[in-house]
Design a protein around this ligand. Structure first.
Ligand code: FAD
Length: 499
């Protein structure tokens, strides 16, 4: 019998192979453990999506699968398999790996759903000598190894990185991007049953959720995920590159693919996403800067984050070099967007509350940056992202939040902390226009919380950051601030109240 976790749902998890012990007719086991939802206060749309996807998969697999609803994984296993031998693909978290390794009758095979075997990554990373293991180097290595967007041994179009054609501010005066809408699925009886179960669990006081569970917005089946990929590549990919870092208040989705939840549930394989995008470019249906930007996200960032999660080891999650210990305030934990006046944070927090998703720049430069500036505990911030996002899983949250967003690893993953004042937000979005705060104001009634927070952050961590050559100029900027004492006072007074 072979055990499939809830994020191993696509056909590539059933391909027979010797190292997995899977044959074409191996009976399958899936376990829906309610304790998972009791451990953390998840966004309800996320709980809905995961349960819907698992139940849809079980319905497709029919008699081949034993689907167990239990309190814990151990109880489900005991009920369905007894002591019978089981195989399983390498799970996606340390906790799940510990569990499967503690069970004497379970054999763990290699991971699936990623591009590079873990031992190949370790060998590559170890071989980088004194150089740190940077995403750009890794990405080029993956492109070469998989012949993604390559012409012989050269990058297609002659350049590895087309970032300078991308990262533009939103088009002037536009409130939405002129691209087709993304694919959205239609709910069915399984969704209705899931919603009914979640209502019941909440009513019983068994579990508690955060956020709204409106109509399901993300794919729960392979067919839906393929339709979403097709729609993105055929009708939305062209605009992906130029505006991938821009934000528009009325257009949360812009030209992003919305494929992360499908990839992370295992409904899509990363290689098929890259190959489809590359084919669109080779057939003249999408420009190279957009295609390269998208390939970089999947074959570069996503894969890099997965590999670092394992390569850095389990202790990485508790990194906290800036010694940030403040707890998350209740308004943040409750996604109480209506308590927030700052228009950018209000907008983004509303998106998270209503959909469990927002794109990477709001995650990094609005949500993560706010937490970093206020000195919130990076482990608590990681847990918050994990719970509140439809695509959040331990492996993807830990490096993205601890490393990328909170700089808690002191630069093992990124070369500098990602945070900014309101000027960046103003340049890259239309979020500041009618805000009660002014991006240029550091102090006073209209002081932008990001601008004041930025200087207060640099001030607090001056000694840790001034030797980082990418931060030296910014830190020296503190010396030009005649009102630094006022900024400090004002930030202390703000405390953890909503801005
Ligand atoms: P697109 O912008 O269309 O990008 C295409 C794909 O690239 C995504 O679907 C995703 O699979 C992949 N990708 C791009 N960047 C990353 C990255 N840094 N890490 C992993 N995959 C990446 N992504 C998650 O899948 N789950 C998370 O829990 C998650 N948490 C994040 C937390 C923070 C603080 C930050 C800064 C980023 C996080 N990301 C996470 C990465 C990224 O924000 C999302 O993958 C992306 O916004 C999902 O939307 P999309 O599918 O439209 O992505």
């Amino acid at each position: 019998m072979h055990w499939l976790f809830g994020d191993q749902l696509g056909p590539h998890f059933l391909r027979p192979s010797e190292d997995s012990g899977l044959a074409g007719d191996t009976p399958l086991l899936m376990i829906e453990a309610r304790s998972v939802f009791r451990r953390r206060r998840f966004h309800r749309a996320k709980a809905h999506l995961v349960l819907s996807a698992m139940r849809h998969r079980a319905a497709e697999l029919g008699d081949r699968v034993t689907y167990v609803r239990s309190d814990t994984y151990r109880e489900g296993l005991a009920r369905a398999a007894g002591g019978r031998p089981l195989t399983v693909h390498h799970p996606t978290s340390y906790a799940a790996l510990r569990l499967v390794r503690s069970l004497p009758h379970v054999t763990t095979g290699p991971a699936r759903g990623f591009l590079v075997p873990m031992d190949a990554f370790s060998a590559w990373a170890d071989g980088q000598g004194g150089r740190s293991v940077r995403q750009e180097n890794f990405y080029r290595w993956v492109r070469r190894g998989h012949a993604f967007l390559m012409d012989g041994d050269q990058p297609a179009g002659g350049r590895w990185n087309l970032d300078h054609d991308n990262r533009q501010p939103p088009p002037r005066d536009a409130t939405t991007l002129p691209v087709d809408r993304p694919y959205r699925p239609r709910e069915d009886d399984i969704d209705e049953q899931v919603r009914h179960d979640l209502d019941r669990w909440e009513k019983d006081g068994d579990v508690s959720f955060v956020g709204r569970d409106g109509p399901r917005l993300f794919p729960a089946t392979r067919a839906e995920a393929r339709a979403a990929l097709r729609r993105f590549v055929e009708r939305r990919l062209t605009a992906f590159g130029p505006y991938e870092d821009a934000m528009l208040a009325a257009d949360p989705v812009m030209s992003h693919s919305l494929l992360s939840s499908s990839l992370n549930l295992g409904l899509l394989d990363p290689a098929e996403c890259v190959e489809r995008a590359e084919a669109a470019w080779r057939e003249g249906r999408a420009p190279l800067n957009s295609v390269e930007g998208f390939v970089r996200q999947i074959a570069g960032w996503r894969e890099y984050v997965w590999q670092l999660y394992w390569y850095f080891g389990e202790d990485y999650r508790t990194s906290n070099v800036l010694r940030h210990t403040a707890p998350l305030p209740d308004w943040w934990n409750d996604l109480a967007a209506d308590d927030v006046d700052a228009r950018c944070l209000h907008t983004v927090l509303s998106q998270v509350r209503d959909t469990g998703w927002t794109h990477h720049i709001p995650r990094l430069m609005i949500l993560g940056s706010y937490a970093l500036q206020r000195g919130w505990d990076p482990a608590a911030v990681t847990d918050w992202f994990h719970r509140c996002f439809v695509d959040g899983y331990d492996w993807v949250m830990v490096p993205n939040v601890v490393g990328m967003s909170q700089y808690a690893d002191g630069g093992r993953m990124t070369t500098k902390p990602y945070t900014s004042g309101g000027a960046y937000v103003n340049r890259m979005s239309d979020l500041c226009g009618s805000c009660v705060y002014r991006p240029a104001d550091r102090t006073g009634a209209h002081a932008c919380p990001y601008t004041a927070g930025y200087w207060a952050f640099l001030d607090r961590h001056r000694s840790a950051l001034e030797h980082n050559h990418r931060m030296t100029r910014a830190v020296r900027g503190l010396d030009r601030l005649a009102d630094l004492a006022d900024v400090r006072r004002q930030e202390r007074a703000r405390g953890d109240s909503p801005p």
